[in-house]
Structures are given as structure tokens and as C-alpha cells.
Write a protein that binds this ligand. Structure first.
Ligand code: AHM
Ligand code: MG
Length: 338
């Protein structure tokens, strides 16, 4: 790649694949199919205000939250695209109680499984605020040629082969990693292609943004309250007070902090003793991206998110992610005051 030549997502994926002489192109095909589904979801998100796709569809998802029509649409699109890739033998989606397995011979021979939150930030869908898709790809642990099983999905995050998100914001972007850095692609709607716009993203070691739902302040553990007060203190040397920024869409909050530097926190609260966010669909992929960009992701108690062994598909974990020094500081205060 040279100069300012436009590099599309597919070109980039193929170029990366050619660096591995034994790669068979399976992961590349899977990522390409995710890119196609992302474009279709982008199209629907963009016209959502015009057509009858907003509002609740009536169903309640497994987390007890009402599903929006766009959630259902995105879920179907990604499942269809992954099935169509023939490289994926099963999916665990935040929107479905159980794993979805593919029974046809081609898919049963697929070597990969995918965990996905098809449309994250559901409370922001019908108010025109950024939302996202989050995905992770693992190699299956069950033998090729058989149906995928739950055990394929309950793998530690450190075994992810690839992970990424799509942010449907002022632009739509796809950001992903295969464990060799993080690259971001912006959708150019005029040509319908994701184009490489953010090569090898590195997040600042320290930032000036903290992102947390402060409405829950009273319910936070003491160490978290102390850390929030620390962020708000006046200290020229450390550029405090920090700015508070919270959208309520993990992808959008993380994306901003990734580029600018910052910390995102979703701690345990009285109501949610394990936090709110899901290990498989939200925290693992975001943690992989954070680490690949030089950042850090923990549960606030000194445990690396990627080393947590999942016990259930819809397991929740407290989540602290972002600039390394800020996550360290938050953990230090939690360990002192809890
Ligand atoms: P969702 O999967 O139902 O969309 O919920 C996940 C979202 C995250 O995107 C966001 O970080 C968080 O929930 C916001 O939660 P809260 O409204 O409690 O602050
Ligand atoms: Mg979600």
C-alpha cells in the first residue's frame, strides 16, 4: 500500500492474509461477510427515522429488556451473513437465549464460532444517537463436521482470533483486530466501501475523559465513588478535573476514549452485583481491542477481562477499560477503599 491510495476493507483483509502463507482465507471470508452485513445494517439505521422500523417489536430479550425492531433486524442480518460465509458453525448473540447452530454440511465444517451483540446501545436507537455492533471470533473447540456446542462459546477472551465493532455514528466505521494491532475503516457511502482511515490505532496511556453513568453514583462501591471524586479534583499537574462524557452506547463511548484517551467504567451496583455488561458479547471483544491498542481492560478487582473463564453465555462482569494509567488508578482506589 502506498501514498494516499484508497484501501478498502476487503483489499486490506486479503493483503493481511497473504502475510500468512498457510492461511486458507477462511477468517478473511468471515470478516468480509461481517463487513457486508454491517453495510446493510448501516443502511437501515440511516433510514430508521423514515420507516416504521423504530419502536418496540414487542418481544423481550433474554436480559428482560424490550427488543426494538432494529435489534431484530441487525440480529437477523448478521446471523444470515455468518451462515452465508460457510466458515462459521455457530453464533451466540446477545439477543438470543441459546446458541444458534447451523446444520448444513458446509457450516458444520466451519472452523469458527462468533459471539455478537448485533445492535448495542438499544436505548439510543430511536433518538438518533450512535449505536454499534460488537463481535468476537473464536476457533471452535469441538470437532469439525459436528454441530457447534455451548462449550465452543465458553472460551476465555484471550483465545479470540479476531474482534471488532461497527459504530453507526456521524460516519459508520468498522474497527477490528486479529491480534496484530487495531485498524479502523470508514464507510464511504458514495462507493459503498469501508476504506482504511485509522491505521494501527494506539490509545493514549493517560486521557482526560471519564465515562460512567453517574446517575448510579449512590449505588456504587466506595472505591468507585472516590475515583469519580478524584477525576473531578483540581490538579494542574495531572490535567484534572477530567471531562465527563457518557453516551450510553458502549461502542460510542469506547470509540471516543480509544481515540482521545480516557476510561470507561461500568462497576457493580446494588441492583447489578455483577455489573451490567456481558462478558461474551461486549467486554471480551472490547477488551481485546483495548489491549491491542495499548490500553487495558479489567473487572476493577485486578482481573484481566480476557482471562476470565466464562461460565454462562449471558454472564455479566464489571468493566473498566481504556487508557492504561487511568484503569490502574481506578483499580488502586477500589483496592484501597473497598
Ligand atoms: P444494550 O445491550 O441493551 O444496548 O445495553 C448495553 C448498553 C451499553 O452500550 C452501555 O454502555 C450501557 O448499556 C449503558 O447502560 P446504562 O443505561 O445503565 O448506563
Ligand atoms: Mg449490548
Amino acid at each position: 500500500m502506498s501514498g494516499n491510495r484508497l484501501v478498502t476493507l476487503n483489499e486490506f483483509i486479503i493483503e493481511k492474509q497473504s502475510q500468512f502463507p498457510y492461511a486458507k482465507g477462511e477468517l478473511s471470508r468471515l470478516l468480509s461477510h461481517i463487513g457486508i452485513a454491517a453495510k446493510i445494517v448501516h443502511r437501515e439505521v440511516n433510514k430508521a427515522g423514515l420507516v416504521d422500523i423504530l419502536g418496540e417489536v414487542g418481544a423481550v430479550n433474554v436480559q428482560g429488556e424490550s427488543q426494538k425492531k432494529l435489534d431484530v433486524f441487525a440480529d437477523e442480518q448478521f446471523i444470515g451473513a455468518l451462515k452465508g460465509s460457510s466458515e462459521c458453525c455457530g453464533i451466540a448473540s446477545e439477543e438470543n437465549q441459546d446458541i444458534v447452530t447451523f446444520d448444513d454440511d458446509l457450516a458444520k465444517n466451519g472452523r469458527y464460532i462468533v459471539t455478537i451483540d448485533p445492535l448495542d446501545g438499544s436505548s439510543n436507537i430511536d433518538v438518533n444517537v450512535s449505536i454499534g455492533t460488537i463481535f468476537a471470533i473464536f476457533r471452535r473447540v469441538t470437532p469439525i463436521g459436528h454441530k457447534a456446542e455451548e462449550i465452543d462459546f465458553l472460551q476465555e477472551g484471550n483465545r479470540q482470533v479476531a474482534a471488532g465493532y461497527i459504530i453507526y455514528g456521524s460516519s459508520t466505521m468498522l474497527v477490528y483486530t486479529t491480534g496484530r494491532g487495531v485498524n479502523g475503516f470508514t464507510l464511504d457511502p458514495s462507493i459503498g466501501e469501508f476504506c482504511l482511515s485509522h491505521r494501527l490505532i494506539k490509545t493514549p496511556e493517560t486521557g482526560e475523559i471519564y465515562s460512567i453513568n453517574e446517575g448510579n453514583y449512590i449505588k456504587f462501591p466506595k472505591g468507585v465513588k472516590k475515583y469519580i471524586k478524584y477525576c473531578q479534583e483540581n490538579d494542574k499537574q495531572t490535567d484534572r478535573p477530567y471531562s465527563s462524557r457518557y453516551i450510553g452506547s458502549l461502542v460510542a463511548d469506547f470509540h471516543r476514549n480509544l481515540l482521545k484517551g480516557g476510561i470507561f467504567l461500568y462497576p457493580i451496583t446494588e441492583n447489578n452485583p455483577n455489573g451490567k455488561l456481558r462478558l461474551l458479547y461486549e467486554c471480551n471483544p472490547i477488551a481485546f481491542l483495548a489491549e491491542q491498542a495499548g490500553g487495558k481492560a479489567t473487572d476493577g478487582r485486578g482481573n484481566r477481562i480476557l482471562d476470565i473463564k466464562p461460565e454462562a453465555l449471558h454472564q455479566r462482569v464489571p468493566f473498566y477499560v481504556g487508557s492504561r494509567n487511568m484503569v490502574d488508578k481506578a483499580e488502586e482506589m477500589i483496592s484501597i477503599y473497598e
